[in-house]
Structure formats: C-alpha cells, structure tokens
Design a protein around this ligand. Structure first.
Ligand SMILES: [Mg+2]
Length: 339
C-alpha cells in the first residue's frame, strides 16, 4: 500500500479532533496506527506537570534526531532567534540528525532553503518538510497523477512549485487572485470539470472566486478536499498574530460540510514518511516546537519525545495552566538551553 495512503484513517481522526477543537485531553486517547501496529502513544505525556529541562547533556544523549518547527523556534518572522546557529552547530558536531518541519505552505522546500540561507543557516533541501511538500507527497502516494485530473489550489507559490516537481497539473492560486465570478442575474462560475482535488493552504489573496470554485469542485465534481494545515493564527509580521490557514480551510468546510484530509502537523503523515524513508527510531526522535496544539501534540501522538520552547507563541503561564492538557516531556526558554 502506498506510504501515505495507509495513514489516511488515523490522519482523518486527528484532523477531525483538531478541527473541532477537541485536541487536548482527548488527544491522549487517540490511537495512531503505524506500520500495522496500533499503539497508545501519548497517555503518559498528556498527564502530569511540565518539566523544565534541567540536564541538557542527559537530554541530548537520549536523542538522535531533532525535528524543529521553524517559526517561533528557529526564527520569529524574519529574525533569527538568539544563539540558534550555535545550537545547530553543536547538534551537528554531536552527530545528531536535524529536520525542519513547518506547517507554512507559502514556500516550497527550495523557497525555505533560501530563507534559511538568508538568515545565515546552511541546510539541505531534504532536511526541510513544509506542508506544501506534504501535500505533494500525499498526492504522489495516492497516485493522483494516474487519474489524469488536475488540482485546484487555494494557496500560494509553495504549493504550485511542489506540484510542478511531481508533475501534477494545477490551476488556481495566484492566477485567480484578481478574478470575480459573474453574479448578475443568471450569472455563474464555470468550473473546470477536470479538477480532482482541492488543496487549501494559506492564501493572502483568497477571494470569493476561489471559494466558489472550490465549493463547486468538491460538492459537484466530488474532488478530494486536502488541507495543508489548520493553524488558527500565523506570524506574517512580528507585531501581531494574523488569521492562519484555519480561516481558509474553515471557509471551504463551511460551504461543503466536509472535513479535509490534513497533511501538515499534527497529522502523523510527515513522521511516518520520515520513519520509512530514513529508517528512524521514534523513541530517539524529539519534536521541538512552540505550539502545544500542533507541535507538541504531533510529538506526543506519534511516539516521539517532545520539547516546548517558550520562544514563540506559548507562554509559561499557558503551558502550566490547569486548562492545558497537552504536556511536553520538557520545556525550555529557547533552544539555546541545549547549549
Ligand atoms: Mg511555530
């Protein structure tokens, strides 16, 4: 069975929980199917009190692979977080494998490599897992290309670039940003009958034309509804939080009554892909992120170690509040605490 498609069941469960805001206490009870083995992963990590990292050496010895979320961990907006280059250098010297996983779909892996380089960080494209890449990988594994259909994109150039790399035809995205449907009496929008899937990612130019096209494709043509991520808010600038892809996905859910197939965090899809492709041992992988409901949940539900950093969106107060049920194995002020 294709690598990605065998996880669709688990993925839909997690996607639904996240979509309805039921992640948290219940997440610990979600069973994640992996490699034919059903395990209950996060029961321990979702109970108890968060622990601040005390002994970095012991922690580093217990981890072979670090998966870093980017925004709020490596950088904030366009500024590098203090001492990150020294941390990455030390981890590489210690022989640790490093991956960067981001739910941001606006750039392709190539686009991210440029961003890393612009901040003075040397990374390999295969170390980067963006949700734009996850969407392409999912389409590849489900053999979408064999259907001869095309993808309609609500989203930006990152998704277009990744679909180009796997040779899947696509329409929409920037090309539809200035369009408006004919809404005069008798007016209609003619939708391309060959749309077989709608990929919804963060789109700064989302408009009614794109929403109506997605609505027709999903409701009338039976196109698959795929979401790169469900993040409620994002960091377009460091001055405030901005409405995230949850807004675009919510619009399409609202007019179709459908739940999307989720390919970004906290779905297990990316970690399953890494495990199979690179032969990684989950128990010695640590997911490092600044967000409880995606990063830490992703780590806990997939049998990884998890480490929350307070350098992004989550405050210590929120982490330690009795309402928070997503508990990381450790937390740090920033990843500079690994030094
Ligand atoms: Mg983040």
């Amino acid at each position: 069975m294709p690598l990605f498609s065998k996880f669709v069941v688990a993925l839909t469960v997690v996607g639904r929980a996240a979509a309805f805001g039921r992640i948290g206490a219940r997440a610990g009870a979600l069973r994640v199917r992996s490699g034919g083995d059903t395990r209950l992963h996060s029961a321990v990590a979702t109970a108890g009190t968060p622990t601040k990292l005390g002994d970095p050496q012991e922690f580093l010895d217990s981890v072979d692979v670090f998966i870093f979320d980017c925004d709020g961990v490596i950088w904030k907006g366009d500024s590098l977080i203090d001492r990150v280059p020294a941390v990455l250098k030390k981890l590489r010297e210690l022989g640790k494998r490093i991956f960067f996983v981001t739910n941001n779909s606006t750039k392709s892996r190539k686009g991210y490599k440029k961003k890393f380089e612009g901040l003075g960080l040397e990374v390999e494209p295969e170390e980067i897992f963006s949700s734009s890449f996850a969407a392409a990988a999912y389409l590849e594994q489900t053999k979408f290309k064999d259907t001869g259909k095309k993808v309609y994109i609500i989203g930006e150039v990152g998704i277009e670039d990744e679909l180009d790399l796997i040779g899947v035809p696509h329409i929409g995205a920037g090309a539809d940003s200035a369009k408006a449907p004919n809404m005069k009496p008798g007016g209609k929008l003619d939708v391309d009958e060959d749309i077989g899937a709608v990929v919804v990612g963060f789109d700064r130019e989302v408009n009614y034309y794109k929403i109506q096209t997605a609505q027709l494709a999903i409701n009338e043509l039976g196109a698959e509804f795929i979401a790169t991520n469900l993040d409620a808010v994002t960091h377009l600038t460091d001055a405030q939080e901005w409405a995230g892809n949850g807004a675009m996905v919510g619009a399409i859910k609202g007019c179709t009554g459908r739940e999307p197939t989720l390919v970004g965090k906290p779905s297990p899809l990316m970690i399953d892909y890494m495990e199979e492709k690179f032969g990684l041992d989950r128990a010695r992988i640590c997911m490092v992120g600044d967000r409880l409901d995606t990063d830490i949940l992703f780590g806990n539900d997939n049998g990884l170690k998890s480490c929350l950093t307070l350098s992004g969106v989550t405050t210590e107060e929120k982490l330690l509040s009795p309402e928070n049920k997503v508990i990381p194995d450790f937390y740090v002020d920033s990843i500079a605490d690994y030094l």
